[in-house]
Design a protein around this ligand. Structure first.
Ligand SMILES: Nc1ncnc2c1ncn2[C@@H]1O[C@H](COP(=O)(O)OP(=O)(O)OP(=O)(O)O)[C@@H](O)[C@H]1O
Ligand SMILES: [Mg+2]
Length: 212
């Protein structure tokens, strides 16, 4: 099986790592066997699935991994087509570096302001180091919480062009339905008509990363 390991990383807190992880996992689970690895000691992905109801279980399992990932990931690759790793908001410690060493693709959610993006410049250095061990590693910025009615500011588009990591054309808008999905322990795919615009955004990301 040619499996894909996707690490969702940003050393800044609250940029949407867990939100992207869980909704992406739900979208990928519609295509093949998918697993979420919760590499964050805060355990947010684990909390998320524990909010789900018996009638509507989350479509993937979530496994907590406290230490370096490399040992477990080989086993996960055998059993799953998609392994999505939710990392903690730090580049220190064993988590993000280990995730970048074993991943095929790194996704970096950033908030739509240049200041937040500059905070991610250190990520670019971490990626360079990881590519020495993992030369085929792909990495993309995913802009999250874009205002529904506004396009990205000029300053933000300019800042995105300055940074070495390419940004996806697809982004996630700021929508209350993403918070609702977390509260209900489900994904935006499970929330009927109100979830459709958000699910379309997640689909666009999947297509851009995996299917183009
Ligand atoms: N596109 C969005 N629209 C609306 N709310 C969002 C969106 N993305 C994330 N949020 C909300 O922003 C907050 C932070 O998101 P999330 O927990 O996914 O970030 P994180 O990067 O995983 O945080 P941490 O660094 O603490 O792990 C949450 O309350 C989440 O529901
Ligand atoms: Mg998180």
């Amino acid at each position: 099986m040619s499996s894909k390991v996707i690490a969702v990383i940003n050393q800044k807190g609250g940029t949407g790592k867990t939100t992207l992880t869980m909704n992406l996992a739900a979208g990928l689970a519609r295509r093949g066997r998918a697993l979420v690895v919760d590499a964050d000691p805060q355990g947010s992905a684990g909390h998320w699935v524990r909010m789900s109801s018996d009638e509507r279980p989350f479509p993937t399992s979530v496994i907590s991994v406290a230490g370096p990932l490399s040992r477990e990931v080989e086993r996960f690759r055998r059993d799953y087509e998609y392994v999505i790793v939710d990392c903690p908001p730090t580049l220190e410690g064993a988590f993000a570096g280990a995730a970048m060493s074993v991943a095929d693709t790194v996704l970096i959610p950033v908030l739509p302001s240049p200041v937040d993006l500059w905070g991610s410049v250190r990520m670019a250095k971490g990626l360079e180091d990881a590519r020495m061990r993992n030369p085929d590693l792909k990495a993309f910025i995913v802009v999250n919480q874009v205002e529904v009615r506004n396009a990205l500011s000029r300053a933000m588009r300019h800042a995105l062009m300055e940074i070495d990591i390419p940004a996806l054309d697809s982004s996630l808008k700021r929508r209350a339905i993403y918070r609702r999905a977390a509260l209900e322990g489900c994904s935006v795919y499970d929330l009927g008509k109100p979830g459709e615009p958000a699910a379309a955004e997640v689909e666009a990301i999947i297509q851009e990363v995996f299917e183009s």
